[in-house]
Design a protein around this ligand. Structure first.
Ligand code: NDP
Ligand code: MG
Length: 384
């Protein structure tokens, strides 16, 4: 059970919910990191008194230093992407919780694992872009990867005894379907960022909310599951569960199925990653079966939601395929949020990148960053 945490991405949706958990469990927060939200960081410093804070954006970092100047017991402030990587690898805490968004989280995940520190991983993009390097670092340094993503936490919770893990034959990865479930291409063409940012069940950061609307999030999670649970991609089946009550299921060799259920509240999986292998009373409410009327299942529409199809193609190609899909998606989502491309362009661009190369074979960290850069420039040159 963790007693002290280093929290990366502390100002975001997962970051602030992680601090709810830290508060309720009485954990010490040794270090915080974010990109540029100085005001929120100052509030968090005031409450949690970390020893270190890292800020990726240099201008914001200077602002934080100025605001802390002369304060007694002020934390040491580290600057830039390197500052966050340094902080992740310091071995300051029992666990590093990585809730940074995007490939920007990869370096910190690797640094923490290489220092032998367990990582509670919300940053799924670490595994999608560098799954081979991340799982190898965990193995080589005897560090654990504890899933924070609700679906992967559910699977992890269903596999706690050694017999179950050995008999796993299939993962049933649940998906809410997002705000556009049931719609076809003609309807999706005109969807704006305001439409896409309205998720039916979860309140999350902007990027993952768009990923949920395109089903890219489920594609990324399928790849994440392959790395975490060592099953071939064809053994991970996406099942639409509109109410987000069943967080995922596992099937065993005798075709028996186990599921994990609960309210859609990320503080449950965050807390489990931190209390594992134990459980503790927490701050999330219980599921009320007197008001829950039904749990429904549907099939995901890959014909319409091309991001999911593209992620399946990418993991089947192997190597840097998933990294390319992720890089194209990060760039396309950024452009969509700036109203520069349409909703359907995201899937079109991600699929086009995946189709553009074979991507197979081994890779280094430098190859990952080069592939990410290539995928982003591919998107820029295929905008119309
Ligand atoms: P948010 O956008 O809400 O927060 C992102 C956090 O990362 C912020 O603290 C932000 O700092 C920081 N950040 C952004 N860019 C950088 C950078 N370049 N370097 C360092 N820090 C950076 O995202 P979420 O909390 O929604 O998601 C975080 C991760 O968790 C993602 O990988 C997502 O897929 C995953 N996840 C999220 C879930 C959710 O419910 N939100 C559920 C499951 C997984 P600042 O505020 O200063 O910009
Ligand atoms: Mg999830």
């Amino acid at each position: 059970m963790a007693k002290s945490i280093t929290l990366l991405g502390s100002t975001g949706s997962i970051g602030t919910q992680s601090l709810d958990v830290a508060r309720s469990q009485g954990y010490e927060v040794r270090a915080l990191a974010a990109h540029s939200s100085v005001e929120k960081l100052l509030e968090q410093i005031e409450e949690f008194h970390p020893r270190y804070v890292a800020v990726a954006d240099p201008g914001a970092c200077q602002k934080l230093k100025d605001a802390l100047a002369g304060r007694a017991n002020a934390p040491k402030v580290l600057e830039g992407a390197e500052g966050i990587v340094t902080l992740a690898g310091m071995g300051e805490a029992d666990v590093v919780l990585n809730a940074v968004v995007g490939i920007a989280g990869l370096g910190a995940t690797l640094a923490a694992l290489e220092s032998g520190c367990d990582v509670a991983l919300a940053n799924k993009e670490s595994l999608v872009t560098g799954g081979y390097l991340v799982t190898k670092a965990a193995r080589d340094h005897g560090a654990k990867l504890l899933p924070v993503d609700s679906e992967h936490s559910a699977i992890f919770q269903c596999l706690q005894d050694a017999h179950s893990a050995k008999a796993l034959t299939k993962i049933l990865l649940t998906a809410s379907g997002g705000p556009f479930f049931g719609m076809k291409k003609e309807e999706l063409a005109g969807k704006t960022k305001a439409d896409a940012l309205k998720h039916p069940n979860w309140n999350m950061g902007a990027k993952i909310t768009i990923d949920s609307a395109t089903l890219m999030n489920k594609g990324l999670e399928l790849i994440e599951a392959v790395w975490l649970f060592d099953l071939p991609p064809e053994k991970v089946q996406v099942v639409v569960q509109r109410q987000s009550i069943i967080h995922s299921m596992v099937q065993f060799s005798d075709n028996s199925i186990l599921a994990q259920l609960g309210v859609p509240d990320m503080r449950i999986p965050i807390q489990y990653a931190l209390t594992w292998p134990e459980r503790a009373p927490g701050c999330a409410p219980e599921l009320d079966f007197t008001t829950l009327k039904s749990i429904t299942f549907d099939v995901a529409d890959e014909e319409t939601f091309r991001c999911l199809a593209a992620c399946k193609k990418a993991i089947a190609k192997g190597g840097l395929g998933p990294c390319a899909a992720n890089g194209a998606n990060e760039e396309a989502v950024r452009l969509f949020l700036e109203d520069k491309i349409g909703f359907l362009d995201i899937g079109r661009l991600v699929e086009a990148v995946v189709d553009s190369d074979s991507f197979g074979g081994g890779y280094t960290l430098a190859d990952v960053y080069e592939c990410d850069r290539m995928a982003r420039s591919f998107v820029q040159s295929h905008l119309t």
